[in-house]
Design a protein around this ligand. Structure first.
Ligand SMILES: *[C@@H]1O[C@H](CO)[C@@H](O)[C@H](O)[C@H]1NC(C)=O
Ligand SMILES: *[C@@H]1O[C@H](CO)[C@@H](O)[C@H](O)[C@H]1NC(C)=O
Ligand SMILES: *[C@@H]1O[C@H](CO)[C@@H](O)[C@H](O)[C@H]1NC(C)=O
Ligand SMILES: *[C@@H]1O[C@H](CO)[C@@H](O)[C@H](O)[C@H]1NC(C)=O
Ligand SMILES: *[C@@H]1O[C@H](CO)[C@@H](O)[C@H](O)[C@H]1NC(C)=O
Ligand SMILES: [Cu+2]
Length: 421
């Protein structure tokens, strides 16, 4: 049936009149937030995506993935209130299911949700070296999305956050307003918390947005955070109980703390994301600009989108690079980055799909910055050829070849088959 359909479709594409992608993918717009420059670029890119997928179909290389059967990851505000509540309930469900991480090494992993935090906090190199950052997080998100669907009966897909919609007033946004269909509210005031230092940047701190205390409103106000903090945590001025283990894997039950932060969010506005995509024809430029390297000049929010997105919802565990998936908003942020990477790739799929950053910088989270040429950032070069490298999430999922996680429309033997709208 599918083959017949593809055969019927092809002539119209070869004839130059590709069918309108909106007949294949259901577009939902909330009508409240206007489309921004990146949304418009994404829309304009869909014709290229359609042509490219058609060529893969024609070559028999699409692993059964088509635009018609692709999952759609939507922006949070484009979900209905009922869909948002279904998502929240699925995350809360994961937080109640038993952990699978080995108990001896990860005694503080108390739930399936924690399984993901436990992996992330102890496998920085496997997730964050130059060749792994994008594809390994693609796989990490996919496996989390699968857990929500297969273990908690969630019927949707992982939403992403379009920072631009919330950057100017994140605290009152549909993501963080603290109502039942939000991802929970801000933390209470914590005067000792000054923000997150950004050495080498001007300004050199993401100033506190006024929060830092426990989240008291919304679905995650009763969440129990267990793993972390690790010795890498850049959080200062808050009395977070120390983890019994330096590696952060002991149980350390505490509240979820946040500082919903406009100063961070403003570094991830659509103009910045647009410049990131259209100003970089080369993957190294894209990678470095995403991470804020070199630091932008004459920019009041010179963090780079990756850092900005993380600190929108800091503090504990969100601000600790190792334990950041311990705040469920992490998955919205990395979904947003995955989307930007995809839009960038799709500007020229033949050249960009498999482009691998040769040598860049570690993610610009607070204290984790590394210099070019320092011995600490050579995981990518030391022993791994991207062509033979793998993404091994251990207890989370079977290992897959790294290059299988570059293509979200047919990669990983067709397991990846999704678009962002
Ligand atoms: C594609 O789908 C067909 C029919 O469902 C199945 O037999 C085949 O194994 C699938 N191929 C791939 C690569 O997944
Ligand atoms: C973390 O440290 C503790 C105490 O040293 C150790 O027992 C545990 O195996 C470590 N876990 C990992 C993942 O290294
Ligand atoms: C998911 O649905 C199945 C089948 O209806 C049910 O047995 C299972 O308990 C549900 N799981 C959860 C976590 O609700
Ligand atoms: C929560 O806020 C969102 C965004 O303002 C709104 O659409 C939704 O109806 C609100 N939900 C509740 C339960 O108040
Ligand atoms: C591309 O970068 C240059 C230099 O940083 C900047 O002036 C320009 O505005 C950027 N272009 C776009 C479209 O953002
Ligand atoms: Cu990460």
């Amino acid at each position: 049936m599918r083959t017949t359909w593809n055969a019927l479709l092809l002539p119209s594409i070869i004839g130059g009149a590709a069918a309108d992608w909106t007949s294949k993918i259901k577009v939902v717009r909330n009508g409240y937030f206007p489309l921004d420059v990146v949304d418009n670029l994404e829309t304009a890119t869909m014709a290229k995506v359609e042509t490219w997928v058609a060529s893969k179909v024609a070559a028999g290389k699409n692993n059964n993935c088509t635009l018609e059967n692709a999952a759609v990851r939507r922006e949070w505000s484009d979900l209905s209130v009922a869909q948002r509540e279904e998502y929240v309930a699925a995350v809360q469900c994961l937080m109640k299911l038993p952990a699978r991480a080995p108990k001896d090494k990860y005694p503080g992993a108390l739930s399936r949700f924690d399984d993901f935090v436990a992996y992330h906090m102890t496998h920085a190199a496997q997730l964050h070296d130059t060749i792994h950052l994008f594809p390994a997080h693609k796989q990490f998100l996919y496996v989390y999305e699968q857990a929500l669907r297969n273990e908690c009966n969630y019927t949707g897909y992982q939403p992403y956050m379009n920072y631009d919609r919330y950057a100017r007033d994140p605290i009152n946004s549909p993501m963080f307003n603290g109502n039942a269909s939000s991802m929970g509210g801000n933390g209470g005031p914590e005067p000792g918390y000054k923000g997150i230092p950004q050495s080498g940047r001007t300004p050199n701190i993401i100033k506190s947005g006024g929060g830092g205390g426990c989240v008291t409103e919304g679905p995650f106000s009763d969440m129990v955070v267990s793993l972390g903090p690790t010795s890498m945590s850049p959080i200062r001025g808050i009395a977070i109980p120390k983890n019994a283990f330096a590696n952060g894997t002991a149980a350390n039950k505490r509240c979820l703390r946040r500082d919903i932060n406009r100063n961070a969010a403003m570094g991830a506005t659509a103009d910045r994301a647009y410049s990131l995509i259209v100003n970089n024809t080369d993957i190294n430029g894209f990678y470095n600009q995403l991470l804020g390297n070199p630091p932008p000049k004459n920019d009041p929010y010179p963090w780079g989108i990756h850092t900005a997105g993380h600190y929108i919802h800091a503090v504990d565990p969100g601000a600790d690079p190792a334990t950041s998936p311990g705040d469920p908003v992490f998955y919205f942020h990395h979904g947003a980055l995955d989307r930007l990477w995809w839009i960038w790739q799709m500007q020229d799929p033949d050249k960009r799909l498999n482009a691998v950053p040769a040598f860049g910088e570690m993610p610009g989270h607070g204290g984790m910055r590394r210099r070019h040429g320092s011995g600490t950032n050579n995981n990518a070069r030391a022993d791994t050829d991207p062509m033979t490298a793998v993404i091994d999430l251990e207890w989370l999922a079977p290992s897959i070849p790294l290059m299988e996680a570059h293509d979200q429309l047919g990669g990983n033997k067709g397991a990846f088959c999704y678009v962002y709208v």
